[in-house]
Design a binder for this molecule. Structure first.
Ligand code: DQA
Length: 161
């Protein structure tokens, strides 16, 4: 099974950008840790970062028939993008929203996520570890889906016998 990790604007600047808020870890290092966790669970993982809203919408749409789960940090678009929300809603692929900082503890304009209502869940405020928690959550969701499919297949086989 495959997970696509989508990173929004300015996350390519992690390690340089506002270290007091986001810490010293670079995006590549976060991705290496996620890759290791995925490998341990027998999952494939692919990474995408863009500063452009339309490119993020395109990447979400490309997940149809390609990805089983999406982990997304929409960054500033969390608070503004109906287009990203609609794309997640359209593809009907389990999605987890991630934030490094605790968006509810920060400026009021960050308290609202337009993305959260179309996601399985939101993880916010654990630093780079938020991504690891999202991997654990997504692994659980995908295992449940797999088990449901296996149970359905077994039931169908029994009905046909
Ligand atoms: C962020 C929080 C957003 O409010 C902000 O615009 C970001 C990063 C986070 O990971 O904490 O760019 O998504």
């Amino acid at each position: 099974m495959k997970i696509v990790v989508i990173q929004g604007p300015n996350l390519n600047m992690l390690g340089v950008r506002e270290q007091n808020i986001y810490g010293p870890m670079k995006l590549e290092d976060i991705h290496s840790q996620m890759e290791a966790a995925a490998k341990q669970n027998g999952l494939e993982v692919e990474f995408f970062q863009s500063n452009l809203e339309g490119e993020i919408v395109d990447r979400i749409q490309e997940c149809i028939g390609d990805a089983d789960g999406i982990i997304i940090n929409p960054a500033a678009y969390t608070h503004t993008s109906i287009a990203i929300r609609d794309a997640i809603s359209a593809v009907r692929i389990p999605t987890i929203e991630v934030h490094i900082s605790n968006i509810h503890q920060r400026e009021e304009f960050r308290h609202k996520s337009l993305i959260a209502p179309v996601c399985a869940g939101q993880i916010t405020g654990f630093g780079p570890f938020s991504y690891h928690m999202a991997m654990v959550g997504m692994t659980q969701i995908l295992n449940e889906i797999k088990q449901q499919k296996e149970a359905q297949a077994a039931q169908q086989a029994q009905q046909q016998a």
